[in-house]
Ligand binder design. Structure first.
Ligand code: SAH
Length: 288
């Protein structure tokens, strides 16, 4: 893959109607899903008052927003997303290519309309089935760590465990040649498919299955990302890393740490603890 930033073949304006067309009454709507992520979102949004992202979105009256030409709404959404990227950068993510990828992916299209106005606050948010879309900061951080390899950031084949709504896969598609993503909940696998379809990203392959088993038919991977936390990293995944490959995973239960595992040789893996984090649990098997 060239260093030239990939662009989606479709401009956001051609797919943004999904979010904008259904935003009616958004500001009055209350999130009622009793998930931790919702509480996170509420906390983070009040913390984020130094940068009034939500106000920016709310400042466009819904009716007017629907009348604005799609190019203008694209610009609004892009400006808000840029502010989100600046915040992620101020939290310590330095890799310009990762920040650009974050800027390119319209996160609001991965959320249900009632939550789309919160898409650009730095929080995890519910996507149904007791799962969450990851916080933009942690998405960027994990990909940055993956890219900090001996190949100058080049990633040929990357595996993601836990597709969820497909957001992180979309960000990964901007920095890796081929992205494979596995989800164990059929309904979320389908959701990711329908979220990604309008973006027409050619280098993502979605699979329904137990990601703890990895994807032996496609291995080895030079990067593996886990979007859910296990008590340890499954052995199958370690075996499916290329020599020189990197794996980033949250590990733990109530207290979790983000781990980087580097495969140094056929029989040698080196683990580094990076920072505390909070992810949904990694679970075995599938849910049809
Ligand atoms: N990558 C997502 C985050 C999804 S949350 C994003 O872009 O925001 C984590 C996901 O991991 C959940 O959808 C959950 O169902 C999934 N998951 C948990 N254990 C899994 C397993 N063994 N195999 C595949 N997916 C798994």
């Amino acid at each position: 893959m060239t260093e030239k930033t990939r662009r989606f073949p479709l401009p956001l304006s051609s797919v943004a109607n999904k979010a904008h067309g259904e935003k009616k009454g958004l500001s009055q709507q209350k999130t009622v899903m009793p998930q931790t992520a919702t509480r996170n979102a509420a906390t983070n949004s009040s913390l984020a008052t130094s940068r009034p992202i939500r106000k920016e979105l709310g400042a466009v009256p819904v009716k007017a927003a629907r009348q604005i030409e799609s190019s203008s709404s694209t610009m609004v959404s892009h400006a808000v997303r840029k502010a989100m990227v600046e915040r992620v950068a101020s939290q310590g993510v330095k890799d310009a290519k990762v920040l650009k990828a974050l800027e390119n992916v319209p996160r609001h299209l991965f959320l249900e309309p009632a939550l789309a106005s919160q898409a650009y606050i730095d929080a995890s948010l519910p996507i149904g089935h007791h799962q969450t879309i990851s916080q933009p900061y942690i998405v960027a951080r994990m990909i940055e760590v993956l890219r900090d390899n001996m190949q100058g950031g080049t990633l040929e084949r990357v595996l993601e465990i836990g597709t969820g709504c497909g957001y992180q896969a979309a960000v990964l598609s901007q920095v890796a040649k081929d992205v494979y993503s596995i989800e164990r909940i059929k309904a979320l696998h389908e959701l990711a498919k329908s979220n990604l379809r309008p973006l027409r990203i050619p280098n993502i392959r979605l699979h329904y299955g137990d990601g703890m088993l990895g994807f032996p038919q496609i291995a080895p991977f030079d990067g593996i990302i886990l979007a859910a936390a296990g008590l340890e990293v499954p052995k199958d995944l370690l075996e499916q890393m290329a020599i020189g490959g990197r794996l980033v995973a949250p590990v733990g239960s109530s207290s979790q740490v983000l781990q980087l595992i580097e495969r140094k040789s056929r029989h040698e893996w080196v683990t580094t603890n990076l920072e505390n984090c909070h992810f949904v649990p990694l679970r075995p098997g599938t849910i049809a």
